[in-house]
Design a protein around this ligand. Sequence first.
Ligand code: ATP
Ligand code: MG
Length: 180
Amino acid sequence: MFVKRLEMHGFKSFGDKTIFDLTPGITVVVGPNGCGKSNITDAVRWVLGEQSARHLRGTRMDDIIFGGTANRKPLSFAEVSITLDHSDGALGLDYQEVTVTRRLYRTGESEYLLNKRPCRLKDILELFMDTGIGKEAYSFIGQGRVDEILNARPEERRQIFEEAAGILKYKTRKREAQRR
Ligand code: ATP
Ligand code: MG
């Protein structure tokens, strides 16, 4: 499984629809300070369900909507889609490609889509649980995260191993069942 495409429209500095077509292997993004490199990884985190504006380097969630520039008007919504090559069937879905889309409007409305069909945030989180993908999983190691992992308490660090071992899903379900 690999990220095949990332499409952003109205997300942070991406006022124009911007598409990255990616291939397996390493992709390096270079550019001057402030040109939007970190905004790309924020987009990945956001589309995978990030709920914390702070983790996206903002204060309110609608900070991620393109706020305009000196000669461009702000946009009323942000949309990001991530497409994974799913020819290996790793997620257990019967599709060659899996696309997750998230939209947020300034009015506060938001939606998630899985292969263009509306779904819940919970569906997205469950889909990626134990796969290493996901907003806090080990596929996405943000700046400072390595230090954070090394300095974490053993119980916190254990989560990463549990995700890699594929048992986080069962622990989460158990916790949910106990709450009922
Ligand atoms: P560095 O090399 O310093 O890490 P970077 O390439 O990672 O820089 P980013 O942090 O991705 O840069 O981008 C910052 C830019 O994104 C700033 O110019 C900021 O004004 C712009 N930006 C952030 N949010 C929005 C928004 N909602 N609307 C428009 N522009 C935004
Ligand atoms: Mg940066």
